[in-house]
Design a binder for this molecule. Structure first.
Ligand code: LLP
Length: 434
């Protein structure tokens, strides 16, 4: 009935997640509320890890792209599952380290890392710094030199691939703020430069072509292009790169009509291309890394809201307003991303109406969804939005001075608060008077 195995309907006609009644969760913790199913997150981690072991002979590593959902709890969980982590800021790095994540399994990304961030990464001994550009490279060499270290780096490369996804989340093509371009020779130049530096060691290449991609072919093409670049580097500089990080971006099901490729098929397909291209170019097989974010946590999360006013505008539309909105669920206003909705306290009832679900922010564009089919809806109902486990809590803001919702983790009928609800005092804690 539902796209996620974590969801079901109980004898009270209520939506359940991880064996917990969502209406009871809404009463216990209040709304808006993010709820995540721990077993599904762990199952997703295992699926990726198992596929890497099966199709790439255990010679690969899955990194969790923690921008999707970053909290102390998730870093501990993915560490227990044997994954590494991709971080993109001092804040994500700090959170990972505070959770006890081993620094050597952390990969530090970002197109404009500050000196403070580079220093922190070098001092704390992160596994790789994924260098974006020449300016960063020279600063990193200096910072590492000052610390008396030689750091292992990879380069973020634009492989020149146009992945078919929303423009704002497409990154592999030449007109992108991320990385160095292959086709202009910029990528070869930076590798050559780094090869002669005293405090960095070039061990890897990285690319990430975009997010929410449903085809295998752009990933296969990226793997082929990057392997040829490894071959070109060996020919030109005699330097053998032994690590290829192919990023994340695997699409997930937001709507019943979305048809994601099973995650293990990405790994199988890419592994074949890497092996074939290595044979063609006479290269030692590199270690491969993949960085899924969304596909690990998004399907495991839902957001619960309480319905407030229902405004019927005859011959126009019906607005159903909820107690959250763009502050906790910004992906509609940013990318017009469609989601599936379930009226959690009438979960098995047939839809009777098509409505627009509106948020509570002072902004007309603050909608959660349009053309949403719901059963008879009234104030006080609990509305669930599905597949919100990635890029929702992570991208939440305090717009309109709205406190961010808490996050509850559920498993086997038990719930546990992993992020508390912000208070009104939290909102003013950094404000100064006088
Ligand atoms: N690796 C790198 C270097 C990335 O930049 C990203 C995502 C990932 C891995 C993980 O991609 P995923 O598997 O989660 O698709 N806020 C946007 C998504 C931005 C993704 C940015 N980078 C959204 O809500 O759709």
């Amino acid at each position: 009935m539902f796209q996620s195995d974590a969801l079901s309907i109980n004898h009270s006609n209520h939506l359940t997640i991880g064996g917990c009644d969502t209406v009871a969760l809404a009463q216990q913790y209040g709304t808006p509320l993010y709820v995540m199913d721990e077993d599904l997150i762990r199952a997703n981690c295992r699926l990726y890890k198992h596929a890497m072991d099966t199709y790439y002979d255990g010679h690969g590593q899955i990194l969790y792209a923690s921008k999707a959902f970053s909290t102390l709890y998730i870093y501990r969980l993915v560490q227990e599952e044997g994954l590494g982590a991709d971080v993109v800021s001092a804040g994500e790095l700090y959170t990972a380290l505070k959770a006890g994540f081993p620094a050597e399994r952390i990969y530090f990304h970002g197109n404009n890392k500050t000196d403070e961030e580079l220093t922190m990464a070098v001092e704390r001994g992160v596994g790789r710094i994924v260098v974006d550009n020449a300016y960063e490279l020279s600063r990193l060499d200096t910072i590492a030199g000052r610390a008396g270290k030689v750091v292992d780096i990879a380069f973020r490369v634009k492989p020149g691939i146009d992945a078919h996804t929303h423009q704002a989340i497409m990154t592999g093509q030449i007109d992108s703020k991320f990385g160095v371009a292959l086709e202009t020779g910029e990528a070869m130049d930076i590798v050559r430069r780094a090869h002669g530096m005293a405090h960095v060691r070039v061990v890897g290449l990285h690319c990430h072509i975009g997010s929410q991609i449903f085809d295998l072919s752009p990933f296969q093409e990226a793997a082929r292009v990057m392997m040829h670049f490894i071959g070109d580097i060996k020919d030109a500089l005699g330097l053998e790169i032994n690590e290829l990080n192919l990023g994340g971006g695997y699409g997930i099901q937001y709507l019943p009509s979305d048809n994601p490729v099973p995650y293990d098929q990405y790994i199988e397909a890419v592994s074949k291309v890497v092996k074939a291209t290595a044979a063609e170019r006479g290269l030692t097989l590199p270690r491969i890394l993949m960085e899924p974010g969304r596909s690990i946590t998004a399907p495991a999360g839902i957001t619960l809201y309480t319905v407030g006013g229902v405004k019927e505008i005859p011959d126009v539309r019906t607005y159903v307003s909820v107690d959250g909105g763009m502050a906790d669920k910004p992906r509609y206003i940013l990318y017009q991303s469609a989601y599936s909705f379930v009226l959690a306290n009438k979960a098995g009832d047939a839809p009777t109406k098509t409505v627009t679900v509106a948020g509570k922010c002072c902004e007309s564009g603050d909608l959660l969804g349009e053309g949403v089919s719901l059963p008879q809806v009234e104030p006080g109902d609990t509305l669930a939005v599905l597949a919100t486990g990635a890029y929702n809590y992570a991208m939440a803001s305090n717009y309109n001075r709205i406190p961010r919702p808490p996050v509850v983790m559920v498993s086997g009928g038990q719930s546990c608060l992993i992020v508390r609800r912000e208070s009104l005092d939290d909102l003013i804690q950094n404000d100064l008077l006088e």
